[in-house]
Design a protein around this ligand. Structure first.
Ligand code: NAD
Length: 434
């Protein structure tokens, strides 16, 4: 099948490379010329494990091509995947401008019957809107069927998630269209859920909202553990062994970030409000998360007093390990607060420095080496549990820092290990080690 993917971001690129790997002829289109130039030269504009080799291989064997030319991308496509961004607006609702533009463009350039699959996360009802836009502008002799096909990949393991996902959701009322997509996904041997468009759209939001709720729940239990002297690691293990609960997403820390959970929880709250159904539970989830992201700075002030002119090492800028994405990252909140307190910040990250630099500019120093990040600092904050950070030997903190005071926002080190070192170590939901 001839497939076109609109959007060469985290979702669009992974979808393009993986569908090409399955044997389809894939054209990926983006409006950013620089990105497409890079991709045409076999370089990935994002860091995603396993992606670059798939891109290289499929570019070389002609299965995959990149373009900014909409005629080339859309005129011959059998299936078009929409993977453009749906960022949040100031009021928390979803900005659908990219969806609008791409729908108009598709309608203008198609020259044969086509299935249009929306992978972008869009509020319930948006696929009907896409259908309306395309129907009212496409050539009248052509058929364009819009399907909701929400994406569940996780940055950092997106390629594996494509090939080994838990489920594929196909939202359409047209059995023929559902069957074509089923054929496309069949080689993956992943369970397929066929449903109506609105339920498919809601499955995506409800999934992310549930996971966000699980994280805020365990973080609240962690905060309580600290007050009453319990250890969150023991508690999470005890809870997680109940099969109805499971161990996933029970890791206490400084909250969730990324381009999806914060945006999608806000969007669901908005959607609920518009439907006259205040979603109080999810409002609390967001409130807890916002508070949690500030926690390291509060702890820092409690531990060393004023942060004015204090040198602070921030270990991790990405919102989670194995990605260069800093959107919604707790680190950005932490930097903002530290700078407001007058601290001097030096940050380390194995992949996310270029993206962080686009937002933070030269307000902080950047370190490509953990030891340099720690050198002569008064305090260190661990914000992302990269393997490179988790495996820093504890004596490194003592050797390089002015004062070995570590606030571990991701509970990277076992307490019994830390206890052997003369350092101040404060983590989340566990007793402090002094
Ligand atoms: P992204 O910002 O990384 O990429 C979006 C791309 O779309 C950009 O490169 C942009 O230039 C391009 N674009 C915008 N308008 C275009 C147009 N008219 N034609 C072609 N390209 C256009 O976004 P992302 O992280 O890949 O997310 C895309 C969508 O998938 C969002 O709705 C997001 O919520 C959803 N999603 C993301 C993830 C994730 O982990 N990133 C997971 C599941 C779902």
């Amino acid at each position: 099948m001839k497939i076109t993917v609109a959007g060469a971001g985290y979702v669009g690129l992974v979808t393009s490379a993986c569908l090409a790997e399955l044997g389809h002829i894939v054209t990926c289109i983006d409006i950013q010329k620089d990105k497409i130039n890079m991709l045409q030269n076999g370089r990935s504009p994002i860091y995603e494990p396993g992606l670059e080799s798939l891109l290289e291989k499929n570019l070389r064997n002609g299965q995959l091509q990149f373009t900014i030319n909409p005629h080339r991308a859309y005129s011959e496509a059998d299936i078009i995947f929409i993977a453009v961004g749906t960022p949040e607006m100031q009021d928390g609702s979803v900005d659908l401008k990219y969806i609008h533009v791409v729908s108009h463009t598709i309608a203008h350039y198609i020259e044969k019957d086509v299935i249009v699959c929306t992978k972008s996360t869009v509020p319930v009802g948006t696929n009907d809107l896409i259908q309306e836009i395309i129907h009212s502008r496409k050539p009248p002799n052509l058929c364009a069927e819009v399907v909701s096909n929400p994406e569940f990949l996780r940055e950092g393991s997106a390629v594996i998630d494509f090939f080994q996902g838990d489920r594929i959701v196909i939202g359409t009322d047209n059995p023929e269209t559902a069957s074509t997509l089923e054929q496309l996904y069949l080689p993956l041997k992943i369970p397929i859920i066929k449903t109506d468009i609105k339920s498919a759209e809601m499955i995506k939001y409800a999934s992310n909202a549930f996971l966000a709720t699980k994280i805020s729940f365990i973080n609240e239990i962690a905060n309580l553990c600290e007050k009453v002297g319990a250890d969150i690691e023991e508690v999470a293990d005890g809870i997680g062994r109940d099969k109805r609960i499971g161990h996933h997403f029970l890791k206490a820390g400084i909250g969730f970030g990324g381009s999806c959970f914060p945006k999608d929880t806000k969007a669901l709250v908005q959607l609920a409000g518009n439907a006259d159904h205040p979603f109080e539970l999810l409002e609390a989830v967001m409130k807890v998360n916002n508070r949690q992201q500030f926690l390291p700075v509060l702890i820092a002030k409690e531990t060393i007093g004023s942060l004015k002119d204090k040198k602070i090492a921030l270990l991790g800028l990405a919102f989670k390990p194995d990605t260069d994405d800093v959107r919604g990252s707790a680190s950005l909140t932490i930097v903002k607060e530290l700078l407001a307190e007058g601290a001097v910040v030096r940050a380390y990250d194995p992949a996310a420095i270029p993206n962080a630099q686009k937002i933070l500019g030269d307000t902080i120093e950047y370190a490509y080496d953990i030891r340099f990040a720690l050198q002569d600092t008064d305090l260190a904050i661990i914000a992302t549990e990269w393997e490179q950070i988790k495996h820093v030997p504890l004596d490194v903190y003592r050797t390089f820092m002015k004062n070995p005071i570590v606030i571990d926002g991701r509970n990277c080190y076992p307490l019994d290990k830390v206890q052997k070192y003369p350092m101040t170590y404060i983590s989340i939901g566990r007793p402090a080690v002094n």
